[in-house]
Structures are given as structure tokens and as C-alpha cells.
Design a protein around this ligand. Structure first.
Ligand SMILES: Cc1cc2nc3c(=O)[nH]c(=O)nc-3n(C[C@H](O)[C@H](O)[C@H](O)COP(=O)(O)OP(=O)(O)OC[C@H]3O[C@@H](n4cnc5c(N)ncnc54)[C@H](O)[C@@H]3O)c2cc1C
Length: 364
């Protein structure tokens, strides 16, 4: 089959592309005819509200953005599909269903997947927190289960903490543990972990810190050949690892496989390619939605500049960012620099920020 050719492909409906497309609508920029937004699903899930969905605070419709109206309003064609292979030297890609695409310019915003332990067991369901569609399908099944479950959440960062609290709220009969490879919430304000631990204790969630699960075997979660605990399901929220095809794409990647970009979000090896959000690697830019959103504003100017052959805008990562962790009861914990706090007011603030993002990007 001859690959279809496109002047511009926006691959992935991540935070950065959503922000850029919404800005184009405001600015009146129209991308070249035939520009594609490539997405595995017709909706983009907003990660900041996913723990709230699990905790029963939001509906699925409130947490997802329909891509068709956004694409229509900015003159972009929506294609449902998923990159399986990228050949950057030949500017071609193959989708998971075998279709081929060719591009003149490419912007990648395909997010990340959580790194997983080695699995040698069919008795323990291993469920990555992303992609969200797969995760929520498992969560629906757990809610319908009559027997109480033993659930473990793997990860020591914000997403793992929020998901553990949310799952406990949604599955009150489940026995829940949170297993971190290092300390809980290290890298945030020093007092945040103490506040978080207080919530875990109050909700009866067992915390196992400094326990790196490297294998799942015979119904057991294993760390360095030691049995840690049994579990019916293991939720993986261990941070970011790249999409597997990135490393073989020919694009310059860092040691982990994230696409190395210059300060303009341009690939260090292929000037016709931009990368943003979790899939990109740039010093001083953590893999976080907050940074992806900021990059979206830069992309909204950089993509038109790339097409016009004019200089690209530079992206300057902010030195620190505000973190709000939902505690599944309408409240939130806040971390900023070395300062932490918690309470319902911060929960209201988080809801306000999340719902404003959704209002701005949902055009249905
Ligand atoms: C439960 C949870 C809660 C979180 N909460 C927060 C939070 O409150 N604040 C925060 O800053 N960060 C949060 N994060 C981290 C945040 O989700 C990511 O850092 C953020 O989503 C990255 O955005 P992005 O723009 O890179 O891409 P994403 O928003 O992750 O989107 C990537 C898109 O690419 C698509 N895609 C994937 N593979 C392919 C492919 N092969 N081909 C084409 N398209 C593809 C996906 O379908 C998706 O639409 C959370 C993460 C989790 C797991």
C-alpha cells in the first residue's frame, strides 16, 4: 500500500498538541491542507483528573476531550491510529494496523508509558496506569468483582500516591498497598511525604518504601529474589519510559530512549521534527503535564515558524513548578519549592485549574 503523504503530522493528542491547536484557533492560524492529528483514540484523557475519576468525583466525560470538534475548528484531519515504527531518515511511519504515512514535517507529542517489572505470572493482573483507556477498563471490572481484592500500586511519585488514595475510595473492601522503589515523594518539599503518609495511614493503605519490585512470579511480587507480598492486581505508576519505537526511529535519543531536543523543541538530529511533552528529552524539563502544557504554547508558534522556514521560538523550562496532589476527598496536598501544605482549599484550587483546562480545550 502506498503511504499517504502529509505536509504536517501532529502525532499524539498530548497536552502540548491540545494547547497548540487551541491557540491556533484563537490566533487564526490554519495549518497546511491535509495536516493530520494522529491519535490511538478519538478522545484525549486529561491525566490530572484521572485520580478524581477513580475516586468518583468526576465522570469519564468530564475527564476526556473529544478530538473531532477541536480538529474541525482548526482545520486538521483526525486520523485514528498509533505509530508502531518511525523511520526519521525517510520521513515515513508505519501504524499499528499496517498503514503507512509520509510527512514533510512531524511534531511528536506521544507521551510515555510506565516502566514495568519483569513478568512471569498470569495470576497477577499487571495494569499500567497508562494508557488510561486500558486502565479504566480494568478498574470497571474490579468494581464489579464480588470478592475483596488485594491490590498493590507500584510507584513513589505523585501519580502513584493519588491513584492509591483514589482506588481505596472506590474499592473500600480492597486491601491496598503502595510500594515505592525509594522513599515516597522524594524530590518534592521535604514535609510532603510526612503529610502523604498521614493520609495513607488514615485510609489503611500500607506503605512499603525502598522496595523495588523487579519480578512478578508465582503470585508473588518479588524484590531481589525475596517475596514481598501477594496481589491480585498490580497497578504500575512508576513514572515515564519512552514509547518502544522511539529508540529505533533514527532520531537522536537519550540513554533511556527519549527524543533529544534543542531549546526550540527541535530534534537534535532531524530539523523537520519537533518533540514535546513526556516523549522528549531536554535538560531541566521533567516528564510532567505542567511542562507539556507550557511547551504547547511554544509549539503554537514554533510549528508555523518551522513551516515558514523562519527562526523557532525558544522554550525555557520554569525552574520549579507548583504540584497539587488530590487526596480523593476533595482536598489536595501542595508542594512548591521547599514548602508544603494541605487541605480542602487546595483541592478547590486544583479542581479550578483542571476544569478550566477542560473548558478551554473541549469544543463540543
Ligand atoms: C494517574 C496520573 C496522574 C497524573 N497527574 C498529573 C498531574 O496532576 N499533573 C502533572 O503535571 N502531571 C501528571 N501526570 C503526568 C502526566 O500524565 C504526563 O506528564 C503528561 O500527560 C505528559 O503529557 P504529554 O503532552 O507528553 O502527553 P500525554 O498527555 O500523555 O498524551 C500522549 C498522547 O499520545 C498518544 N499516543 C501514545 N502512543 C502513541 C502512538 N504510538 N502513536 C500516536 N499517538 C500515541 C496517547 O493516546 C495520548 O493521547 C499524571 C500521570 C498519571 C499516570
Amino acid at each position: 500500500m502506498t503511504p499517504s503523504r502529509h505536509a504536517l503530522i501532529l502525532a499524539g493528542a498530548g497536552h502540548a498538541h491540545l494547547v497548540a491547536m487551541r491557540r491556533w484557533i484563537d490566533d487564526g492560524f490554519r495549518p497546511p491542507a491535509g495536516t493530520l492529528l494522529l491519535s490511538p483514540t478519538s478522545r484525549a484523557w486529561y491525566s490530572g483528573m484521572m485520580p478524581g475519576l477513580i475516586a468518583g468525583r468526576f465522570s469519564e466525560d468530564e475527564c476526556a476531550i473529544d478530538l473531532a470538534p477541536l480538529c474541525k475548528a482548526c482545520g486538521v484531519d483526525l486520523m485514528i491510529g498509533e505509530i508502531a515504527q518511525l523511520d526519521a531518515d525517510n520521513r515515513t511511519m508505519t501504524l499499528a494496523d499496517g498503514r503507512g504515512l509520509q510527512y514533510d514535517y512531524l511534531s511528536l507529542n506521544v507521551g510515555s508509558v510506565p516502566p514495568q517489572p519483569e513478568l512471569k505470572d498470569a495470576c497477577v493482573q499487571v495494569v499500567p496506569a497508562k494508557p488510561f483507556a486500558g486502565f479504566t477498563a480494568h478498574w470497571h471490572a474490579w468494581r464489579d468483582q464480588s470478592e475483596p481484592m488485594q491490590l498493590a500500586v507500584l510507584g513513589g511519585g505523585a501519580a502513584a500516591f493519588e491513584l492509591a488514595l483514589a482506588l481505596q475510595k472506590s474499592l473500600p473492601r480492597a486491601q491496598l498497598s503502595l510500594i515505592c522503589g525509594g522513599e515516597l515523594l522524594s524530590g518534592y518539599a521535604p514535609d510532603l511525604a510526612r503529610r502523604a503518609q498521614h493520609f495513607l495511614n488514615r485510609r489503611g493503605i500500607e506503605l512499603r518504601a525502598n522496595t523495588r519490585i523487579d519480578r512478578v512470579a508465582d503470585g508473588w511480587l518479588m524484590s531481589k529474589e525475596q517475596r514481598v507480598q501477594t496481589a491480585d492486581a498490580l497497578v504500575i505508576a512508576t513514572g515515564a519510559s519512552p514509547q518502544p519505537w522511539q529508540i529505533d526511529s533514527g532520531l537522536a535519543c537519550d540513554a533511556a530512549g527519549f527524543i533529544r531536543v534543542a531549546g526550540t523543541l527541535r530534534s537534535e538530529s532531524h530539523p523537520e521534527v519537533l518533540a514535546s511533552g513526556d516523549c522528549a528529552s531536554q535538560p531541566g524539563t521533567p516528564h510532567s503535564g505542567v511542562y507539556a502544557v507550557r511547551q504547547g504554547a511554544v509549539l503554537s508558534e514554533s510549528i508555523p515558524a518551522l513551516l515558514a522556514g523562519t527562526p523557532l521560538v525558544a522554550y525555557q523550562p520554569q525552574p520549579r513548578s507548583l504540584v497539587l496532589l488530590a487526596t480523593a476527598d476533595g482536598g489536595a496536598l501542595l508542594s512548591y519549592d521547599r514548602w508544603s501544605a494541605g487541605g480542602r482549599l487546595f483541592g478547590m484550587w486544583k479542581d479550578h485549574l483542571d476544569l478550566s483546562f477542560m473548558r478551554r480545550h473541549r469544543l463540543d
